[in-house]
Design a protein around this ligand. Structure first.
Ligand code: SAM
Length: 327
């Protein structure tokens, strides 16, 4: 069992901090796009598909009135999804100052390029901070416990060291109520490692992305050494260009259990799409988000290269042990 007081083991070395800064600077520097710029993106359909996956997760697990913690909330792209789920309270935390500023602007309803809309119905608190370094239970003592925690396309940034991965899970566990839910998306290590094996060298990709492992990476070392800190550089056209870390999912699952977080399911995005596109309400949702062409009931508006990027990710749901104290 982990010891919440045993913080000395959570000290970090300088290089870990430098990488965390690199990630933060990368996301901070990405400015809000106009609607026209967004629609012209080479990965516009992938973005819409990812929005659909996040919307489905939110619709499945958030209930009216829920208190929501969005860890690594970015520019607040999910605010509208939470509003549609009629949640009661929202706290967003992100390490990138620029993103939190954009999130605040979007929440306040000014200069939202994507959708002119009325104010959000729920109160919100937006905080700039490193979710994988600082203890958040003190900072959020008055806001917790939360019914739902969401961490979208972000938890893998905690996997640079065991200390950070543990801090991320300790924070989530401490802030969720018993029976509360963690929903998220992150890279699927099985797919990434499979593609690396099939590649000629340490680089692979297509017209919209590439992944490059460091020179020191070797299959032998990968099998024998620590499951943390396995770094690669990820480039996704018009979206990402920064260091990321492989998250072997079986390690994630068992580490999460140490923090009372039990796996409900994990599904690769392809499997997720096939499963939930069987349900008419989610087909409609996909059409409304613009990820499906008129009359199509499949992935046909994504280019094959975008569809391959979707395959790099998985969606997961975990539940905090214990009985809910409300119905
Ligand atoms: N969740 C948002 C979404 O789905 O649109 C943003 C996803 S973006 C791909 C990854 C986010 O993780 C960025 O906003 C980045 O700043 C944030 N992030 C990375 N490391 C973090 C950390 N240590 N603490 C908090 N946020 C972090």
């Amino acid at each position: 069992k982990h010891n919440p007081e045993g913080d000395s083991q959570f000290l970090e070395d300088e290089s870990t901090k430098i990488f965390a800064r690199k990630v933060a600077e990368h996301y901070s520097a990405r400015t809000n796009q106009t609607l026209e710029e967004r629609e012209a993106s080479p990965i516009i359909h992938l973005k819409k598909l990812n929005n659909w996956i996040k919307s489905v997760l939110i619709q499945l697990y958030a209930r009216r009135g829920d208190a929501v913690l969005d860890l690594a909330c970015g520019k607040g792209g999910d605010l509208i999804k939470w509003d549609k789920a009629k949640v009661g309270y929202y706290v967003g935390v992100d390490i990138a100052e620029g993103s939190i500023e954009d999130c605040r602007t979007r929440y306040n309803g000014d200069a939202d390029h994507h959708q002119r809309r009325k104010k959000f119905t729920f109160p919100a608190r937006l905080i700039c901070g490193d979710c994988y370094e600082a203890r958040l239970d003190n900072v959020l003592a008055d806001d917790s416990p939360f019914d739902v925690c969401s961490s979208q396309f972000a938890l893998h940034y905690s996997w640079s060291t065991e200390a950070r991965a543990r801090r991320a899970l300790a924070n989530i566990s401490a802030l969720l109520r018993p029976g509360g839910t963690l929903i998220g998306t992150m890279p699927d290590a099985n797919v990434i490692i499979k593609k690396l094996r099939e590649a000629e060298g340490l680089v692979f990709g297509n017209s919209v992305y590439w992944i490059r492992f460091d020179e020191e990476f070797s299959e032998k070392k990968f099998k024998s050494s620590s499951p943390f800190g396995i770094k690669y550089k990820f480039h996704l056209e018009d979206a990402v260009d920064c260091p990321e870390w492989v998250v072997p999912f079986h390690v994630f699952k068992s580490l999460a259990e140490e923090y009372d977080l039990e796996l409900v399911f994990a599904k690769n995005s392809h499997e997720f799409v096939h499963e939930y596109l069987k349900k008419p309400e989610y087909v409609d949702l996909m059409r409304r988000l613009g990820a499906l062409g008129d009359g199509n009931q499949d992935k046909s508006t994504l280019s094959p290269d975008e569809w391959e990027v979707a395959y790099l990710y998985l969606a997961f749901v975990l539940k905090k042990r214990g009985q809910p104290d409300r119905t």
